[in-house]
Design a protein around this ligand. Sequence first.
Ligand code: TMP
Length: 210
Amino acid sequence: MSRPRFITLEGGEGVGKSTLAAGLEEAINRIGQTVVRTREPGGSVGADEIRKLIVTGAGDRWSGVTETLLLTAARSDHLERTIRPAIERGDWVICDRFIDSTFAYQVVARGLPYETFVALNKVVAAPTPDLTLILDLDVKTGLARALNRRGGEARFETLDEAFHNNVRQAFRDVAAREPERCAVIDAGQPPELVLRQACALVSARLGLTL
Ligand code: TMP
């Protein structure tokens, strides 16, 4: 058994993170590891309650600061109730969105001061992921996919295309700044190719064979 690993999947709207998370979970299960597949905002009972406040309603419902505090409260509960217990049990964790989403959406796209982001990560003792896969996709294509799928959870998709282009660029910048932790995958490829590339990256970066 290898040590537990914490993998995060990041990217804009409609890039296919949840499909990839399910495929990766299956691949990791095949090598005998238990996986906790989770997401943010959400991933615990309390955090799912807070999620409803964050992802529904008008685009301007919350200021950048208030939105970040809600996201951080959800993250704190998620870390306490789901992520840390899973890692302590020796399970792997695949998390659909984590701190890089806060950097892309709140710091870069909404203008939250970077120091506030760093301070809040310290408050919740956010762990650094072992590997972050960033799914990169043309914004128009991603938004069309996301809007087709959503019920009431479309608060972020109602923000304009320039906002989402800033988000996309922010994720690419994170990958360029931290190439050892992050890898970018072209999410315009068919899902099976995205999964194959992700499995190859997990194998190469984390030293195993999926
Ligand atoms: P989802 O589309 O992946 O379910 O995420 C819901 C929305 O939450 C998505 O539009 C991005 C947003 N979000 C942030 O703005 N900051 C964050 O830190 C996280 C985790 C999500």
